[in-house]
Design a protein around this ligand. Structure first.
Ligand code: S3P
Length: 450
């Protein structure tokens, strides 16, 4: 029987095709693996390090394209950041309020977190002018969700389509504090306003409709900000006045990256994987709950706390067919980035899985509802788009096909996992997008396929 083959074909325009050709006997996934550092925590460590007094030491930083964008923006404003590597990155901060006016346009690349969090910081730096932009995808994504609350604080921001799209120009101001009731559960919106609040005399509060990831709150406190959380009202308050002080940050593995292996391990027959050192912050573990609802066998081992974040090793075993479930409501912000790969799990589950209340997916790096529905359909899956989600009827065998990532990292990796249970050959076009959050994805895939 010929072995299964996983290859990468780099095109003249540097885009890459990931080609997965399965032998008739298919593959099993076996091994102990590490996933790269958490993307959300990596951005925040670089940003707070730049705003702090003294040195911040970061271990386990994600070396993907997105944190590189954050690092280069803050270097352009005076922070000294050592060459990026996972062992140790040092950031020599310049102190709150001391960012220099950059000589050129700040480029956030593909990274919504870089652009949205940074806007809060820039808007609250008086007497400096900034221009910010991003790649094609980021320039199409809505910025009004952060521009509006910042304008309520008195910020001066201009951009295309009524100041809602990058490129944006920002004239930094002394802002006034607000209590912002965010219409969406978004950690980017919450963090943007809190970061602006660091430099805004008085008390800045954000209330959200459901709890979003709380990495900013944890890290701001550790760096010395005067910050309080009221879980009952889902509100966070920052009171300006405290300096930030450089810290040692240890970045755990990204549960959003681990999610690809959790689903792969649960759906590919004969698989057993241990993913070590994964962040299991409760505001991020919706994916574990969803997969457990579907009957996946996932165990948390060696649960511990590392530098203010809960961490565990995750063991997943394929124990038979998954079953359909409904994913909706307050769990959505706790698994928003994992919905593309959960859609893949649903394709292999018995029954009809319904994903609702996830309209945010339409404004991620791609329209993840349309793109996942179209690409999985090409492989033979039964997926119906809903305005705010998908309905997926599992159980139809998938056949290898030509599919496309639409330059979205999570789509590229989700389709690669789907192909592990499809017969024949799947080609994923523009698969290089994976390097936004997971530069070694293909190498790890090759290592664990047996
Ligand atoms: C992120 C928040 C989420 C998430 C994104 C990272 C963050 O976005 O989808 O990948 O680091 O704050 P929203 O805040 O828009 O939901």
């Amino acid at each position: 029987m010929s072995p299964s083959v996983i290859t990468v074909d780099t095109k003249e325009d540097v885009s890459q095709d990931l080609i997965i050709s399965l032998s008739p006997s298919g593959v099993s996934l076996l091994g102990r693996i590490l996933v790269p550092g958490d993307k959300s925590i990596s951005h925040r460590a670089l940003m707070l390090g730049a705003l702090a007094q003294g040195e911040t030491k970061i271990q386990g930083l994600l070396l993907g394209e997105d944190p590189r964008s954050t690092a280069s923006c803050f270097q352009a404003m005076g922070a000294e950041i050592s060459p990026l590597n996972t062992e140790l990155v040092t950031v020599k901060g310049i102190g709150l309020g001391n960012l220099q006016e950059p000589f050129d346009i700040l480029n956030a690349g593909n990274s919504g977190t870089t652009l949205r969090l940074m806007l809060g910081i820039l808007a609250s730096h008086p007497n400096r002018f900034f221009t910010v932009t991003g790649d094609d995808s980021l320039r199409s994504r809505p910025m009004s969700r952060v521009v509006k609350p910042l304008q309520q604080m008195g910020a001066e921001i201009w951009g295309r389509k009524g100041n809602s799209l990058a490129p944006l120009a920002v004239a930094g101001q002394a802002l006034k504090p607000i209590h912002y009731h965010s219409p969406i559960a978004s950690a980017q919106v919450k963090s943007c306003v809190l970061l602006a609040g660091l430099m805004t005399e008085g008390k800045t509060t954000v209330t959200e409709p459901a709890l979003s990831r709380d990495h900013s709150e944890r890290m701001l406190r550790a760096f010395g900000a005067n910050l309080s959380v009221d879980p009952d009202t889902k509100s966070v308050t920052v009171i300006a006045g405290n300096a930030l002080h450089g810290q040692s940050v240890i970045v755990p593995g990204d549960i959003s990256s681990a999610a690809f292996w959790l689903v792969a391990g649960a759906i590919v027959p004969g698989s057993e994987l241990v993913i070590e050192n994964v962040g299991v912050n409760p505001t991020r573990t919706g994916v574990l709950e969803a997969l457990q609802m579907m009957g996946a066998d996932i165990q948390q081992e060696n649960h511990r706390e590392v530098a203010g974040e809960p961490v565990a090793d995750l063991r997943v075993r394929c124990v038979g067919k998954l079953k359909a479930c409904t994913i909706a409501g307050d769990i959505i912000p706790r698994l928003i980035d994992e919905i593309p790969i959960l859609a893949v799990a649903a394709v292999f589950a018995e029954g009809t899985t319904v994903i609702k209340d996830a309209e945010e997916l339409r404004v991620k790096e791609s329209d993840r509802i349309t793109v996942m529905a179209q690409q999985l359909t090409k492989m033979g899956a039964k997926v119906t788009e809903l305005p705010d989600g998908m309905e997926i009827t599992g159980g139809t065998p998938l056949t290898g096909a030509d599919v496309d990532s639409y330059t979205d990292h999570r789509i590229a990796m989700s389709l690669a996992i789907a192909s592990l249970n499809a017969t024949g050959k799947t080609t994923i076009h523009r698969a290089e997008a994976a390097s936004i959050s997971y530069p070694n994805f293909v190498t790890t895939l090759q290592q664990i396929c047996r």
